[in-house]
Write a protein that binds this ligand. Structure first.
Ligand code: SF4
Length: 241
């Protein structure tokens, strides 16, 4: 089975529990204003690989990530743009005893089969906004497929972490955060919400790629805003980090 990837890397703590082998697939249908990985947007900029090659690479780290309480995370780009490739990797990792995570915007959630989700120990679901107009402004796409996928994960009882990037003046409206907190609280399968403070560290990447970074003048959220947003999640009984 062939797929197109951008890169792989090791990470700690942010892409699932423990130390992770993170595979960044190439290609994404969204264009989030704060995207940290614009080099993954176009599939034609990626590298064609086989699942055997990826599994060979993963096997070099298998012992290390397992001992460190981690596993493998398939990220992107958008892994569900290549559902068969992603499904095979999740299945092979799962069969070899690795903890598996899928990092997705959920836009293409209908492409994830129940079998694929059964091989996925944790879904990292990026809900970039609850308010549809804000979601469209942030990502260029609709929010409803993501919310539908979130409800399906809940019905299937698949564990999920929701990720929400907090951008001052863009995603921070109290009603938007409150709507997301209420939605997540009603699902029952979400173990935590990661509130990710917006930062401008990717600005250099955009410049190198000749792309405009639309949030170049937006500051990171201050402590007061972060505290307010965490309090909003906690008010709905949703653990946030
Ligand atoms: S979904 Fe992820 S990879 Fe795609 S544009 Fe948004 S942040 Fe970037």
């Amino acid at each position: 089975m062939n797929g197109v990837i951008s890169s792989w890397d090791l990470s700690v703590g942010v892409d699932g529990p423990g130390t992770r082998f993170v595979l960044f697939t190439a290609g994404c249908p969204l264009r989030c204003q704060y995207c940290q990985n614009p080099e993954t947007w176009r599939m034609r900029d990626g590298r064609r690989v086989t699942t055997d090659e990826v599994m060979d690479e993963i096997s070099k780290y298998q012992r290390f990530v397992s001992v460190a309480g981690g596993g493998v995370t398939i990220s992107g780009g958008e892994p569900l743009l290549q559902p068969s490739f992603t499904a095979e990797l999740l299945s092979r990792c799962h069969d070899s005893g690795l903890h598996t995570a899928l990092d997705t915007s959920g836009l293409l959630g209908v492409r994830a089969t129940d079998a694929m989700l059964a091989d996925t120990d944790l879904v990292l679901l990026d809900i970039k906004s609850f308010d549809p107009a804000t979601y469209l402004r942030v990502t260029g796409g609709p929010v409803e497929p993501t919310l539908r996928f979130a409800r399906r994960l809940a019905r299937l009882g698949r564990p999920a972490w929701v990720r929400f990037v907090l951008v001052p003046g863009l995603t921070d409206a109290p009603g938007n955060v409150d709507g997301l907190a209420r939605f997540v609280a009603g699902l029952g399968n979400v173990e935590r919400v990661d509130v990710l403070p917006f930062h401008r560290m990717a600005a250099g990447k955009y410049a190198r790629l000749g792309l405009c970074f639309p949030l170049a003048d937006v500051p990171p959220p201050d402590q007061g805003l972060l505290s307010r947003v965490h309090a909003q999640f906690q008010a709905h009984g949703v653990p946030s980090t």
